[in-house]
Write a protein that binds this ligand. Structure first.
Ligand code: ZN
Length: 343
């Protein structure tokens, strides 16, 4: 099969396009002929590598994908060849204490397509049958792939962990990332009032089009916690979505009494100094999570399929041009999800 892969981690030029052995579906697995893959910032981090990461190479990147079932492994009887499916990239064992309790994204044997296993920048991928969901007729594989990782992550963080309720106020730090754009939509669907801080006029306009109620341009407002404080009648917000990391000191200031700070990552830097006094004096909670559960995935994808949540697509590149696609993501030029067309 054709695939994008790399033999060594590094800059964009380590990516190769060429022939790679087509995987065989094992017991309980299906082989999916991919039609679309969606990019995530994670793909860049895996390609570049991080300290302590032990990646087996050559490696195929990509967590998100959708396509058509082309073969069934033994023991799979609830799917048929030709079914159109979207893939949940979260791999869990199904038997550890966390999986049994429904917290499969805390699995002791957790893995992720494109990170701990070969990913979706390829013509074929073998995945556990339980990681698939049917794509309704007429629904685009690109939109399905673009939704999978970011929407389950946003849903698990805001709803599962953050327990967001109608009428609450949510501040989202950053207007450009796929998770943050999903958070805007999930928060609005939940009946919350949404504030978004961004630094690019185009991306703030996009946030507004997704339903954000109040926009704050941080290039004009250096003291944005104060702006938020004044905009909320000196209350602060109920929930802060901070997936930047380096903005935690400001997020602690922007949160109101009893506020929750939610984080699923750090696009800025993982280490930051925070002032503990904000945490105890304002009764704040810092709540972390990674990805979502299988239940979250099904729930949020049904909302996507029914049009109540709408992934925004940026540009589509042919699989062979995944390097150019990653460059666009690395430069932050995208206005939504970048996808790969796999013909
Ligand atoms: Zn498990």
């Amino acid at each position: 099969m054709k695939a994008i892969f790399f033999h060594n981690q590094g800059d964009i030029d380590v990516l190769e396009y060429g022939d790679f052995p087509t995987p065989e579906p094992g017991p309980g697995q299906v082989l999916v002929r991919l039609k679309a893959a969606a990019l995530n910032r994670l793909d860049l981090w895996v390609r570049e590598g991080w300290s302590g990461q032990n990646l087996e190479c050559p490696h195929i990147p990509g967590a998100d994908g959708a396509g058509e079932i082309s073969a069934l492994g033994s023991g799979v009887n609830n799917w048929s060849v030709g079914d159109r499916v979207v893939i949940n990239s979260n791999l869990s064992c199904g038997t550890c204490q966390y999986c049994l309790a429904g917290f499969d994204n805390r699995c002791l044997n957790w893995g992720l397509l494109g990170e701990t296993r070969h990913g979706t920048y390829a013509e074929y991928i073998a995945v556990p049958a339980r990681n698939l969901l049917t794509i309704p007729d007429g629904f685009s594989e690109h939109t399905a792939a673009a939704a999978a990782l970011v929407f389950q992550t946003a849903w698990h963080s805001l709803i599962g962990r953050g327990e967001l309720r109608a009428g609450e106020t949510v501040l989202i730090v950053g207007a450009s990332g796929g998770v943050n754009q999903a958070c805007i939509q999930v928060a609005k669907l939940s009946g919350a009032t949404v504030y978004v801080i961004g630094s690019h006029p185009d991306k703030l306009a996009l946030a507004e089009s997704l339903g954000a109620d109040f926009l704050i341009d941080r290039t004009k407002e250096s003291d944005w916690p104060k702006v938020v404080y004044l905009m909320t009648n000196k209350r602060g917000v109920d929930v802060v979505v901070d997936n930047v990391g380096t903005t935690f000191p400001e997020s602690l200031k922007a949160a109101g009494r009893g506020g929750r700070i939610l984080t699923v990552g750090n696009t800025g830097h993982p280490k930051v100094e925070i002032d503990n006094r904000y945490i105890f004096a304002k009764h704040l909670s810092l709540i972390g999570s990674t990805m979502g559960t299988h239940h979250d995935f099904r729930t949020v994808m049904e909302l996507v399929f029914s049009g109540r949540l709408n992934p925004i697509l940026d540009q589509t590149y042919p699989l062979s041009e995944a390097g150019a696609a990653q460059q666009r993501l690395a430069r932050g030029e995208q206005m939504g999800k970048i996808t790969l067309a796999i013909d």
